[in-house]
Each structure stands twice: as structure tokens, then as C-alpha cells.
Design a binder for this molecule. Structure first.
Ligand code: ARG
Length: 247
């Protein structure tokens, strides 16, 4: 009986230390980037990226908390250690690679203009003198449009900045702006839910999404890469795309 007792105690301690060893990472998300990341009606983080990270966490043995925050300050928050990763529809770019490390790419994305469903504009006529075009602050599309279309080609439309893609969509619907530029995935999501349509692309090259971590966090980077490879090779990858209407 004494041995059984000692044995059970040892087992309990063992189980407890195993549990205690699981690290908890905080994932910073944009709460308004459906279907990749959003907060549902009950206030719970949800979306394709949230589900992928939850799967990887379970598979690779770590805990994760999803922290909704402003997109514009998300890389500074990562560097300041307020969060440990960004899994929230972020394009891999050379400029961002100077500040953070990215996992392998997991999604191809292209850029489109969204206008009212009854609009007769084309991307060309929408992005012309006197027109207002919305864009999310801190995005690659904002930067690309400023540099290439406004500075580069001297186009005279006005760029209006928003904290999220859905906020820009609201102003498209109420007519404050004629169109909003964004990734095709949130655009297609908006088309399903709102009286808007996609006008087409505006010449910005295709990009790829990846998950970002701090430069020095190579262990987490390796874990995420290994987990990504596993989920992308599993049937779950396809199921999650269907669940979040990405295909
Ligand atoms: N492609 C853009 C970028 O990476 C838009 C991303 C928007 N993602 C988001 N979670 N708000 O800058």
C-alpha cells in the first residue's frame, strides 16, 4: 500500500510538471479581418488563422491566447513583447523581414477594389482625380498605393485611412468613399455579407501570408514551421478552408 501511495504521488508530480512545462504564447490578432481573424458575437477570437494556431498548439504542445489589438501597432507590440506571435493575415514583405521573422508562407493573396454593388466604376475610373479610396492603416496595400500610384504615377485620388477593412466597407456603402482597397479574402467575405462587389485588381503584385515572431525566438519559429507543415499535409487544412469559406 505504501508503494502504491508513493507511486501515485510520483505520477501526480510527474503529470503536474509536464503540464507546467507547456508554454503559453500570446498571439496578436486584428479583431476585424474575417475570415482569417475576428472576434465573434460572444467576444471570442475566431477565424482561419486562430483555428490553425489552435491546431498547431495542440499538436506541438503549447498553449495559446489570442489577443485582439490594433493592426497598425501590431509589429511594435510584438517587438515590445506584449505578444509573442502574429497569426492574423499578415503579408510577408522584405521591409517587415527587417523587423520580424516569418514562417513559411501558407496563403497566396491578391489585392482588389471593393465598391457598392450597383457601382459602374472600374478600378481605373475609381482611382481617378477627385475620388476617395479607402484603405486599412498599416497595410501593404496602403504603402504600395502611396508609393506606386500616388507618388509614382501621380494619380490624384485621395486615400482615406481606416483602422480595419470592415470600417472602410461601411463607408463604401454609405458613399463617403467610392471604393476600398484590400486583400481578396476579406473582400470576398464582405461581398457575401454586404451590398458590395469587387471591381477588380489595381496592379499590385500578389503576396503571401506568413506568421510572424520576434527575431530572437527561433524556437517558436521552428515550432510554428513544423506545425504548419503538419497541418498543411493533414485533411484539417482543407476542412478549415471550407469552414471559413476560403474555398
Ligand atoms: N496584406 C496586408 C498586409 O499584410 C493586409 C493585411 C491585413 N490583415 C489584417 N489582419 N488586418 O499588410
Amino acid at each position: 500500500a505504501v508503494f502504491t501511495l508513493i507511486f501515485s504521488l510520483l505520477m501526480a508530480v510527474n503529470v503536474m510538471s509536464c503540464l507546467a512545462e507547456e508554454k503559453t504564447y500570446i498571439n496578436g490578432i486584428d479583431a476585424n479581418f474575417p475570415p482569417f481573424a475576428f472576434v465573434d458575437k460572444e467576444g471570442n477570437p475566431d477565424g482561419f488563422d486562430v483555428a490553425v494556431i489552435n491546431w498547431i498548439a495542440k499538436d506541438m504542445g503549447f498553449k495559446v491566447k489570442h489577443q485582439p489589438m490594433d493592426w497598425d501597432g501590431i509589429i511594435p507590440s510584438l517587438k515590445a513583447k506584449k505578444i509573442d506571435m502574429i497569426a492574423s493575415g499578415m503579408s510577408i514583405t522584405e521591409a517587415r523581414k527587417k523587423e520580424v521573422n516569418f514562417t513559411l508562407p501558407y496563403w497566396k493573396i491578391s489585392q482588389v477594389l471593393v465598391a457598392k454593388a450597383d457601382s459602374d466604376l472600374t478600378p481605373e475610373t475609381a482611382m481617378s482625380e477627385g475620388k476617395k479610396i479607402g484603405v486599412q492603416r498599416g497595410t501593404t496595400e496602403a504603402k504600395w498605393i502611396e508609393e506606386n500610384l500616388i507618388k509614382g504615377q501621380g494619380k490624384k485620388f485621395e486615400l482615406v485611412y481606416y483602422d480595419s477593412a470592415p470600417l472602410a466597407i461601411e463607408d463604401v456603402i454609405n458613399g463617403r468613399i467610392v471604393a476600398a482597397a484590400m486583400d481578396d479574402a476579406p473582400a470576398q467575405d464582405a461581398v457575401k455579407k454586404k451590398p458590395v462587389k469587387i471591381l477588380g485588381g489595381f496592379g499590385m503584385p500578389e503576396e503571401e501570408f506568413g506568421y510572424a515572431v520576434r527575431k530572437e525566438d527561433t524556437e517558436l519559429l521552428n515550432t510554428l514551421n513544423e506545425g504548419l507543415k503538419k497541418i498543411m499535409a493533414s485533411p484539417e487544412w482543407e476542412s478549415l478552408q471550407v469552414k471559413y469559406e476560403l474555398k
